[in-house]
Design a protein around this ligand. Structure first.
Ligand code: 3LM
Length: 395
């Protein structure tokens, strides 16, 4: 029984159906089955026609996956969720369901490099045009819309430079033009930001990151109106086949139980690291929305409850210095991805955002000397002293 007046922290622990009605299991069971028996042939036919409720086959739906989808919908304040084998799978399903050949969609230009490649390399192959704009400038976003625009997609905070986009401002534009707004909420997680409450239609997650929290699975989620989620499941997920496995769905349900406390520690540590770097003589600029000098600080304050665990900075130096710094780290791990308990550090221009051309990197505000840190939950003094010793090695 879900109590609607429970707070976020409580819902994150108890929000899924939890206690299994058949066995009393407190941890959601992993329904490790590909197929489900029909009561009889008429029942099978009714399930296929959508005239009966139940499970058919785990590519279409599965009880562990359904539990995760309901829990994520609760936490984001949406009607329904839809789980995928990866964040990019979720994003592809969204675009491929809402757009047909000849249509376009408008996206912010500072986004995860894999999403950028999906939008600018893959989608044009099926005749769908992505119009990437600087969405921190709302007039540029609105100017890109025409009568073939089927979706507005933004990422905030943005990967990798922590640009903050005004969600309420985008909602006003989306509503004026009758176009759904999707927000990639991966960097914030629902613990810090709930775009549906700000008026967006769809939330996207690379659940690989803070939802999992332990760097042990790749997964994606969409949350939105039940009708739209059903449409995406029927039209795209089922036919294209990027379903989540029951085991991975279970890992995410386990991750969600500690989401609130993990996010508090990530935010606290990231602020500590951002302040430490701000005073370091070898650092040109620090990007963290929690710093009052960040251009998106006021918007972040109004749409987020805290500023997240991601920090980026520019070295006084070049691309090689940035890579050299990462090679000198002893505690922080040189790796892509984010949201893990371990601090992960990467050089976006040569890794996560290597899908951008040199000009696109400049337009998106991703410099060659930028380093991105996914601040983990270790003791922040150890993280800072590791960064300090690696900085010392840079001439
Ligand atoms: C990364 N990001 O290191 P998956 N949306 C956002 C993301 O950051 C990502 C996705 C979607 C990184 C992955 S780079 C090889 C590793 C904001 C992924 C895509 O399909 O679950 O990876 O999500 O920045």
């Amino acid at each position: 029984m879900i109590k609607k007046n429970w707070s976020f922290d409580t819902l994150a622990v108890h929000g899924s159906e939890g206690i299994d009605p058949h066995t009393g299991a407190v941890s959601t069971p992993i329904y490790q089955t590909s197929t489900f028996a029909f009561h009889n042939s008429d029942h099978g036919e009714a399930l296929f026609k959508g005239e009966a409720e139940g499970f058919i086959y785990s590519r279409i739906s599965n009880p562990t996956q359904q539990c995760l989808e309901r829990e994520m919908a609760f936490l984001e304040g949406g009607e329904a969720g839809l789980a995928f084998s990866s964040g990019l799978g979720a994003i592809s399903a969204l675009v491929l369901t809402l757009c047909r050949t000849g249509d376009n969609f408008v996206s912010s230009n500072t986004i995860y490099g894999g999403t950028h490649a999906n939008f600018t390399h893959f989608m044009p192959r099926v005749g769908i045009e992505a119009r990437e704009v600087r969405a921190t400038h709302l007039d540029e976003l609105e100017a890109a819309i025409d009568d073939k625009t089927r979706l507005i997609f933004i990422e905030t905070p943005a990967n990798p430079n922590l640009d903050i986009i005004d969600v309420a401002g985008c909602v006003r534009i989306a509503r004026k033009h009758g176009i759904p707004l999707a927000v990639d909420n991966t960097f914030a997680s629902p613990a810090l930001q709930r775009p549906l409450e700000l008026g967006a239609e769809i939330v996207v997650h690379s659940a690989t990151k803070y939802i999992s929290g332990h760097g042990d699975t790749v997964a994606g989620i969409l949350i939105g109106a039940a009708e739209l989620m059903t449409r995406i499941r029927k039209e795209t997920l089922t036919h294209v086949g990027f379903c989540i496995s029951p085991f991975n769905a279970w890992l995410l349900l386990r991750g969600l139980k500690t989401l609130s406390i993990r996010m508090r520690k990530h935010c606290e540590n990231a602020m500590h690291v951002a302040q430490y770097l701000s005073f370091h003589p070898k650092i040109e600029k620090v990007y963290y929305p929690g710093l009052s000098v960040h251009p998106g600080h006021d918007i972040a304050r109004s749409q987020m409850s805290d500023f997240g665990g991601m920090v980026a900075f520019e070295l006084k130096g070049n691309r090689e210095d940035a890579k050299h710094l990462i090679d000198g780290l002893e505690l922080c791990v040189s790796a892509v991805s984010l949201g893990d308990c371990d601090t992960l550090v990467c050089h976006p221009a040569s890794t996560t955002h290597s899908t951008y051309s040199t000009e696109q990197l400049v337009e998106a505000g991703i410099s060659e000397n930028m380093v991105r840190i996914s601040v983990g939950i270790e003791d922040p003094r150890d993280i800072c002293s590791d960064l300090g010793q690696a900085l010392k090695r840079i001439s």
